[in-house]
Design a binder for this molecule. Structure first.
Ligand SMILES: *[C@@H]1O[C@H](CO)[C@@H](O)[C@H](O)[C@H]1NC(C)=O
Length: 337
């Protein structure tokens, strides 16, 4: 009997190892991963650890699902370079003041979704550079400039990474300081004249500012919630009047594997409002339809800068109304000239 159990156990273990090997090989194929023999063992270990977390999460959590993506085999150190929000400790000093909540010219709709707006550029990829802040700076400028002129425009994140010495290039920064920089510089260049290169090299390059290739200018900007007190309604109102709004969030490890659903995690509701490490852009909001088992859940539609291969074609939904990951404390708006 004992012998039989041992055989069964052994068979199961061998079958699991085979499955692990198959899953790993399929993953490498699916995401075009090529590792040196030296790297292979570590990468496989990271991948399998992630796979266990994912299987458990997807069994237990009905709100949102995890899935493999290009980050599944990364180490914790490597994941840190995918972030890059560095808020100023006393942010009020840095930003121009303006009435935070615009007066509505029409009723607040049940939902807003700018993802498919003709003024929205394709989702970009910051790569191995902590430049999320630069991407979050640019999205509302592209959108608002296009909405004003009627012509789509792609603007240069690289210019900010290279030239804005008030921010930290690939070591982090913040969109309020970047808008201030653009205002002082007389505009931000078009990406066609200054394309993004730091994603693969992981560092800033020499500044190559050229005022003749400026594509948008900053008129004014401000915080939606100047005192950091979360205000979902003010964010919804600003979305309607001022377009997409960058915000800062705290990233937990599980978030890297977000695949679909409305992201929430009790560990991401924190007392310290300054606890953020990633800049993203709120581009809309909505509410899930209630079912017999699940209540309706309000959510934000949020744009990330990890390519369109991550999450929901580059976007994610985050629970709305509970200041999840501090997202409702850091929204800011910008107006173009
Ligand atoms: C976009 O432009 C239209 C037409 O001028 C205007 O009504 C609308 O408020 C603008 N949207 C945003 C978000 O600025």
């Amino acid at each position: 009997m004992k012998f039989l159990s041992a055989i069964i156990l052994l068979t199961v273990a061998v079958a699991m190892a085979d499955k692990d090997e198959d899953d790993w090989n399929f993953y490498k194929f699916q995401f075009g991963k090529k590792h040196s023999p030296k790297e292979e063992a570590n990468r496989k270990r990271n991948f399998l650890a992630r796979q266990r977390v994912m299987e458990k999460h997807n069994k237990e959590n009905k709100d949102w699902q995890m899935g493999h993506n290009k980050f599944s085999d990364l180490s914790d150190d490597e994941k840190v370079s995918l972030l890059g929000a560095k808020p100023a400790i006393r942010r009020e000093r840095l930003i121009s003041r303006e009435a935070a909540v615009p007066v509505l010219d029409r009723a607040l709709p049940a939902s807003i979704d700018y993802r498919t707006d003709k003024c929205m550029q394709p989702v970009k990829d910051q790569g191995q550079c902590g430049s999320c802040w630069s991407f979050a700076t640019i999205v509302p400028l592209e959108f608002n400039s296009c909405n004003k002129t009627g012509t789509a425009v792609a603007l240069s994140e690289q210019m900010l990474v290279d030239c804005d010495t008030g921010n930290g290039g690939c070591n982090g920064g913040m969109y309020d300081r970047a808008w201030q920089f653009i205002q002082a510089k007389g505009g931000v260049m078009k990406s066609s004249s200054y394309s993004y290169t730091s994603g693969s090299i992981g560092t800033a390059e020499t500044c190559k500012f050229d005022s003749t290739a400026v594509g948008a200018k900053v008129a004014s900007f401000g915080w939606v919630t100047p005192s950091l007190v979360p205000d979902p309604t003010a964010i919804m109102t600003n979305l309607q009047s001022n377009g997409p709004l960058p915000s800062g969030i705290k990233i937990l490890d599980s978030f890297y594997s977000y695949a679909s659903g409305v992201y929430s995690d009790p560990a991401c509701i924190v007392d310290n409002k300054y606890d953020i490490n990633h800049a993203v852009v709120i581009v809309g909001y909505g509410t899930t339809t209630a079912t017999s088992t699940d209540p309706a859940t309000p959510y934000w539609i949020v744009r990330n800068s990890w390519s369109n291969g991550w999450g929901l074609s580059g976007y994610f939904f985050m629970k709305r109304g509970v200041n999840m990951c501090n997202i409702e404390s850091w929204a800011a708006f910008v107006k173009v000239v």
